[in-house]
Ligand binder design. Sequence first.
Ligand code: CUA
Length: 361
Amino acid sequence: MCPAVRSILRRARPALAGGLVPLLLGAAGGDGTPDRHWAMDPAGPNAGHIFHLWWIFFWVCAVIFVLVIAFTLAGVFRTRLWRAPAELEAPQLTPDARRETRLTNVVSGAVLVSVVLLFVLMIGDWVTARSIHSMASKDPDTLIVKVIGHQWWWELQYHDPEHPGPSDQVTGANEIHIPTGRPVKFELNSADVIHSFWLPNLTGKKDLVPGHATSAWLQADRPGVYDGQCAEFCGYQHAHMRLRLIAEDESAFRAWIAAQRQSAPEPSNDWQRRGQQVFLHSTCSMCHTIQGTPAGGRVGPDLTHVGGRTTLAAGTLPNTVGHLAGWIVDPQKIKPGVRMPQNNLSPDDLRALLEYLESLK
Ligand code: CUA
């Protein structure tokens, strides 16, 4: 696509989100930062193929739309109703054979063009699907990320070929890290209802169906933070089921996964020690795991390195102490229907718990 059109579209998007008035006034944003949640800014080969297909569909449909409207208007203005009343009094009732033949030819030609164009779109679709599937490789060194959809968060399990043992498994939630420049395989499944994995800058949608394993491949060509969203209605908090993908160069990714493989750091001061006890002796540990402690619940996200994540509650809140406190005390107020209950903790216990959780980098 030409850079000018791209720039206009990029500027139009926030304006469309905020209403048409700013767009018409030309007051749209466009601060030059990359778009993190937009299919029109592809950051990998899969999204690039889909992006090109989108433009083929757009231009074919736009040209047909303009032609149909033009012919409709021509038909409306040519009709006899617009002519002088004197002519209407003497309509010609016998069809003109040559004119009829010409009109039949025009209509037949239009039908033929429509059929050809439908085939062009179908072939474009097929070529795109083939290109996307061509990323699948049998390379034994492929990094595999298992993604399990839950109402309403994403469980992640990394299968790192360099560390194949079960004790080296890395479990996370809602924030996927991958290295740039090589294909990564995502194995998708669901623990409850149908969800859909969608990272618009990187790949199209893929459903997560309970009991039916599927897979998707994607590659990020440039480092960045890319936001995604569950794209299949999955209940009350479907809209608050976001995910984030952080693409980084190989060495940064290696450092990250090595850190994730470690158990949670030991508490380093009295508040953190008290916080750990609060965690282990309250309802928290029944649903959450913290590696290196007796807490092994599997209902909610693994919290071994929760302090290192950028968001809480599947992209609902930024990961700050204040938001974490609000979330622990009354998650139902923030995300009604979520499976986490309210927690009545004394102010000191809450402070201790926050200090402990924030230390889990
Ligand atoms: Cu999960 Cu919508």
